[in-house]
Design a protein around this ligand. Structure first.
Ligand code: ARG
Length: 469
């Protein structure tokens, strides 16, 4: 029996040749991804051009075919940039939309483009190109934010605040030192994104649908043209795994988690009970009912959006975990969480860099708070240890002194020498300086400590590192 020709108008579908009826409308909408994957268009075109040029180099496409493809793609790129491109859900996804338009524009050459390629290796390539660009932008945004953090730290090396453990006053620290803790976290976040880039920047194209292709392709050439560091070694792996996207989301979840912690602190510090800082009005919002309110909506939203980003990470892990090799359509679901992760992180970093520049500090309130919780008790214990008292004993002695101060409703530094001497004869006049907030800070004078000269050096090192990145 002779095979039936596919209907002349097969819906523009490139794959419906063997279908006996058109795809149900509902299914068409359910399976289409063009509404969101059109964002990959420029990367898709880039990948197609590299593929076509390679096919010419190995003698599969003619020079004139490739010239046609290049001409058509230039038109398409313009149409997309000018938002004149007519995206059609009937054409399912970004790849088929572009291919169909190319064929409309240049004829047979457009139909030859897909030689030796599948949408499976095509989409894997597109996402990697997209994420590489997104990652590079993220790195620049982190650096810009870190630089603003350093500017703020610069102004507050000598600003005293209570350091907390268990959210109870623990020991005094420099506010700059506190800020520099976030600088460090962000530095690790940046290094995670850089590291992620290495595994991400490998070319899947050439894997075909899953097993490779019968054409004499030159994958290294395509990799070079697209700026990949190497090629995916295994075709099945190349089309199916999205670990690079999961890794990207993990990096994003971690940095958002750091920003969420900072947000929580800004919110606390803004509360009048703390009163440590003020955020510029342009980062706050009011209440529709309570006229007195000024709310820290931006940090609250960062904290909230962190939940969303963490959710995307778990979503992608779950998407992957049950998939047999090789490509499965499940993978189409990787894009929306990924795009949302990239967008949310970028706007969060942008807004944070601005917001940090708009923080004003109430040094008096910070200092007052540091005076409240016997923040220099450890300094008194260390003082006794340096005079030969074993630390555990010193701890006991100071605990008793703190109890006395608490009964009197004063700080340790406010007990006079005679009174302190009742707890240990070794306490002398030089204790006053040790019990002061400044004395306590200055005494932690080693790399990583909060002594102002150490913090100043840390900021200088950080600036140098940032400039070298
Ligand atoms: N839109 C698809 C995706 O995002 C492209 C690959 C489709 N491949 C296929 N054989 N259906 O994963």
């Amino acid at each position: 029996m002779q095979q039936q020709e596919p209907p002349a108008d097969n819906d523009g579908k490139t794959w419906s040749g063997r279908f006996e009826e058109p795809v149900a409308e509902l299914v068409k909408r359910y399976t289409a991804s063009v509404d969101f994957d059109k964002r990959l268009a420029e990367f898709d075109i880039q990948g197609s051009l590299a593929h076509a040029r390679m096919l010419q180099a190995v003698g599969v496409l003619s020079k004139s075919d490739v010239a046609d493809i290049e001409r058509g793609m230039a038109v398409i790129l313009d149409e997309i940039r000018l938002k004149k491109f007519a995206w059609s859900i009937d054409l399912e996804d970004v790849h088929l939309n572009i291919e169909k338009r190319l064929t409309d524009l240049v004829g047979d050459a457009g139909k030859r483009l897909h030689t030796g390629r599948s949408r499976n290796d095509q989409v894997a390539t597109d996402i990697r190109l997209y994420l590489r660009a997104a990652g590079d932008e993220t790195l620049a945004l982190i650096a810009a934010f870190q630089s603003r953090l350093l500017d703020l730290a610069d102004q507050h090396v000598d600003t005293l605040m209570p350091g907390f453990t268990h959210l109870q006053v623990a020991q005094p620290v420099s506010f700059a030192h506190h800020l520099m803790a976030y600088y460090e976290m962000l530095g690790r976040d940046a290094s995670r994104f850089s590291d992620c880039r290495k595994r991400l920047n490998q070319l899947p194209l050439g894997a075909g649908a899953l097993a490779g292709t019968t054409f004499p392709i030159d994958r290294a050439r395509v990799a070079k043209e697209l700026g990949f560091d190497g090629i995916c070694e295994n075709s099945l792996d190349a089309v199916s795994d999205r670990d690079f996207a999961i890794e990207f989301c993990a990096c994003a979840a971690l940095i958002m988690t750091h920003l969420s912690r900072l947000s929580e602190e800004l919110i606390l510090w803004m509360n009048p009970r703390f009163g440590f800082i003020r955020l510029a009005d342009r980062f706050c919002t009011g209440s529709s009912m309570m006229p007195q309110k000024k709310n820290p909506d931006v940090p609250e939203l960062v904290r909230g959006k962190t939940g969303r980003i963490n959710g995307h990470l778990v979503g992608l892990l779950t998407l992957m975990k049950g998939q047999p090799l090789a490509y499965n359509k499940d993978n189409q679901e990787d894009k929306e969480p990924l795009f949302d992760t990239v967008d949310t992180l970028a706007t969060t970093l942008r807004i944070y860099a601005e917001m940090v520049g708009g923080i004003t500090v109430d040094k008096t309130a910070m200092r007052r708070a540091a005076m409240e919780g016997y923040a220099t008790a450890t300094d008194l214990a260390d003082y006794l240890v340096k005079k030969g008292v074993p630390f555990r004993e010193a701890h006991e002695v100071v605990a008793r002194a703190v109890r006395r101060a608490a009964e009197k409703g004063v700080d340790l530094a406010q007990l006079d020498l005679a009174e302190l001497k009742q707890f240990s004869g070794l306490i002398e006049a030089d204790v006053t300086e040790k019990l002061s907030l400044e004395g306590s800070l200055a005494a932690r004078d080693h790399v990583g400590g909060t002594a102002p000269n150490q913090v100043r050096a840390a900021i200088a090192r950080a600036r140098a590192r940032l400039a070298g990145r």
